[in-house]
Design a protein around this ligand. Structure first.
Ligand SMILES: Cc1cc2nc3c(=O)[nH]c(=O)nc-3n(C[C@H](O)[C@H](O)[C@H](O)COP(=O)(O)OP(=O)(O)OC[C@H]3O[C@@H](n4cnc5c(N)ncnc54)[C@H](O)[C@@H]3O)c2cc1C
Length: 510
C-alpha cells in the first residue's frame, strides 16, 4: 500500500500534540489520531453551570518569561499563542499532625524561600543556603545536558559535573538530612513529594531538587483560559504546519512485523500503513493490548514489567456561590497532609481505607480572580492513590464510594483549612481512577506514567532515551510515561525529544 505519511502519532495528549507539532514543523507528513472528539487527554476543561473547571493543571514547571525555561522555549519555538499567568507563591502546606503540625505559605524566589523558612524554622538559614547553592548547580548541569539534547560527551560530563553525578544516586530525604536541614525545614521542603510519584526516600535528590528549584526561580505557570488553551494552540500549529488530525479515531492495533513498525489498524477496520509510529499511549498498554504478543521483543516486555505504574487520581471539582475572600480561602495551591513523613504518606495512599487527610487543593480564583463569575469561586481537590485502590469497586458500590470520598474530603478540608464550604456548593463534579482509566485509557486510571525510583528516574531515562529505549524499529513512545517523567512540561519535552530521535532515525535510514 502507498504510504501517505512519514509518521503516525497515536493519541493527542500533551506528549502526542508536541511530537506531532514538532514533526510537522520539520516538514514531515504527520497524521495524528485521537480516539475522542477533542484533543488534550488529561489537559482540558469542563463546563458545568456557571463554571469552567480546569481538568488537571495546577502548575507548569520549567517555564519562566519568554526565552528562559526549556518548556517556554519549546512552546515559543512551535509558535503557540497562549496567555500565560505566572504565580507568585510556591505552595501552602497544612500539616495536621497533632504534635508536629504546621501551616506555612512559601513564596517563590530562592532568597524569599530561604527567608521565609528562617522565620518558620529559626536556625535553618545556613543549611538552606547550602541547599539552594547545590540546587543552582543541579539546574546548571541539567541545562548543560539539555544543550547536548541529553547525549553529552560522557568523559566531559564526569569531569565537569562529578558532584552532580554523585548526588544523582542519593535519595532526596537522605541528602537533605546530610545537609543538616532541621527536620521541620526538610518536611516543609518535601511538600511537593507527590508530584513525583514516589516518596522522598526513593526519589533522586537531583530530580526532586531540580523540580523545586525551577518552580522557585522560574515560577509556576498556568494558562489564563485553562489548559485547553495550550491544547488548542498546539492543535492550531499542527494544522498550520500541514499536519492532519483525525478525531473519533481509535487505534485498535499497532502493526509490528519482524521488529519493524508497519502501520496501524483502526477500530473500524481501516489500515493505515506507515513505518514510523509515535505512541502517546503508554508501553504497558501498547505492548499488552495493541501489538501481536508474538511480535513484542523480550527485552521490551521485560522493561515494561520492571517498571511500576505511578499513581492514579480522584478529583473533585467544586463551584461555590461565594468568593475566595468571603470564604477565607488562602493560597492558590495547598497541600494537606496528616504527617510530614513522605514514606508513611506513600504507604497510606495505597488503599481507600488508609487514605486520610492527604490531598491537595487549588483555588483557581487565587491565580485568576475572574476565573468564575463575580461572587463565586472554584476549588479542585486531588487525591492520589499509589496502588490500585479501586480494584474492588463494583457497579453496585461505585457511586456510594465516590460519595463517601467526597464527604470525607470536604470534612477534612473544612477542618484543616478552617473554611466552611458545604453550604456554598453550587456545582460538584468528580473524576475517579475509573473515569481516568476510561477517558485516557491507562491501566488503573494511572495519570503519572511510571514511578520514578532511583534506577528509573529522569537521568537514567534521558541518558538512555535514544539508544536503549524500547527496541522495535520505527516505534517510539512519548508522554507523561516517557523519558522526562510525568507532568505537562515533561510530556511536551518528551514529545519534542522523541520527534527529534524519529527525525534522526529517518535521516540515518534506521
Ligand atoms: C488530576 C490531575 C492533575 C494533574 N496536575 C498536574 C499539574 O498540575 N502539573 C503537571 O505538570 N501535570 C499534572 N498532571 C499530569 C499531567 O496531566 C499528565 O502527566 C500529562 O498530561 C500526560 O500527558 P500524555 O502526553 O502522557 O497524554 P495523556 O493525557 O495520557 O493522553 C493520551 C491520549 O491518547 C488518547 N488515546 C488513548 N488510547 C487511544 C487509542 N487507542 N487511539 C487513539 N487515541 C488514544 C487519549 O484519548 C488521550 O487523548 C495531572 C494529572 C491529573 C490526572
Amino acid at each position: 500500500m502507498k504510504k501517505e505519511y512519514d509518521v503516525i502519532v497515536v493519541g493527542a495528549g500533551n506528549g502526542g500534540l508536541a511530537a506531532a507539532a514538532w514533526m510537522a514543523k520539520e516538514g514531515k507528513r504527520v497524521l495524528l489520531l485521537e480516539k475522542h472528539n477533542i484533543p488534550g487527554g488529561c489537559a482540558g476543561s469542563i463546563v458545568r453551570g456557571r463554571f469552567e473547571f480546569e481538568l488537571t493543571l495546577h502548575e507548569l514547571c520549567q517555564m519562566g518569561p519568554k526565552g528562559t525555561g526549556e518548556v517556554r522555549k519549546l512552546l515559543d519555538e512551535l509558535g503557540t499563542d497562549v496567555e500565560w499567568v505566572a504565580m507568585d507563591e510556591a505552595f501552602h502546606t497544612i500539616n495536621t499532625h497533632p504534635t508536629h503540625g504546621f501551616d506555612v505559605e512559601m513564596p517563590i524566589g530562592s532568597k524569599a524561600f530561604v527567608d521565609e523558612m528562617e522565620k518558620e524554622v529559626p536556625g535553618s538559614r545556613p543549611a538552606m543556603e547550602n541547599l539552594m547553592e547545590l540546587n543552582r548547580m543541579i539546574a546548571d548541569a541539567i541545562e548543560w545536558l539539555a544543550s547536548y539534547q541529553n547525549d553529552p560527551p560522557k568523559a566531559q560530563m564526569l569531569v565537569k559535573w562529578s558532584d552532580f553525578m554523585k548526588m544523582a544516586a542519593v535519595p532526596a530525604d537522605e541528602m537533605l538530612k546530610k545537609l543538616g536541614l532541621p527536620d521541620k525545614a526538610r518536611e516543609i521542603y518535601e511538600s511537593y513529594w507527590d508530584y513525583l510519584s514516589v516518596d522522598c526516600t526513593r526519589v533522586s535528590f537531583v530530580v526532586y531538587s531540580f523540580m523545586v528549584y525551577t518552580y522557585l526561580t522560574r515560577k509556576p505557570y498556568i494558562a489564563r483560559k485553562r489548559s485547553f488553551e495550550i491544547v488548542l494552540a498546539l492543535e492550531q500549529r499542527i494544522r498550520d504546519f500541514g499536519g492532519e488530525i483525525r478525531y473519533n479515531t481509535k487505534v485498535k492495533r499497532i502493526d509490528i512485523k519482524n521488529n519493524q513498525a508497519k502501520g496501524v489498524e483502526l477500530t473500524d477496520g481501516t489500515y493505515i500503513p506507515c513505518d514510523r509510529i509515535i505512541s502517546n499511549i503508554m508501553p504497558t498498554v501498547a505492548f499488552g493490548k495493541m501489538i501481536d504478543p508474538k511480535e513484542v521483543p523480550v527485552r521490551d516486555r521485560k522493561l515494561c514489567n520492571a517498571r511500576t505504574l505511578g499513581p492514579s487520581g480522584f478529583v473533585i471539582y467544586l463551584g461555590l456561590d461565594a468568593s475566595a475572600d468571603e470564604l477565607g480561602i488562602r493560597g492558590y495551591d495547598t497541600f494537606v497532609r496528616e504527617t510530614a513523613d513522605t514514606h508513611i504518606l506513600f504507604e497510606k495512599c495505597k488503599t481507600r481505607a488508609s487514605h486520610r487527610k492527604i490531598f491537595n487543593y487549588s483555588c483557581l480564583n487565587r491565580a485568576i480572580s475572574d476565573a468564575s463569575p463575580e461572587g463565586t469561586c472554584m476549588i479542585m481537590f486531588l487525591l492520589l492513590y499509589t496502588e490500585d485502590a479501586f480494584a474492588d469497586v463494583t457497579e453496585e458500590n461505585y457511586f456510594r464510594i465516590k460519595d463517601q470520598i467526597v464527604e470525607e474530603t470536604i470534612d477534612y478540608f473544612e477542618e484543616a483549612a478552617k473554611v466552611r464550604i458545604r453550604d456554598h456548593i453550587e456545582e460538584l463534579v468528580t473524576a475517579s481512577p475509573v473515569t481516568l482509566a476510561r477517558y485516557i485509557g491507562t491501566p488503573q486510571g494511572n495519570c503519572y506514567g511510571y514511578a520514578v525510583p532511583m534506577w528509573d528516574g529522569m537521568l537514567p531515562r534521558t541518558m538512555s532515551g535514544e539508544k536503549e529505549d524500547y527496541t522495535v524499529k520505527g516505534l517510539r513512545f512519548c508522554g507523561g510515561h516517557g523519558t522526562q517523567m510525568d507532568g505537562y512540561s515533561q510530556a511536551y519535552l518528551s514529545g519534542r525529544e522523541v520527534a527529534r530521535y524519529t527525525l534522526k532515525d529517518m535521516k540515518e535510514g534506521r
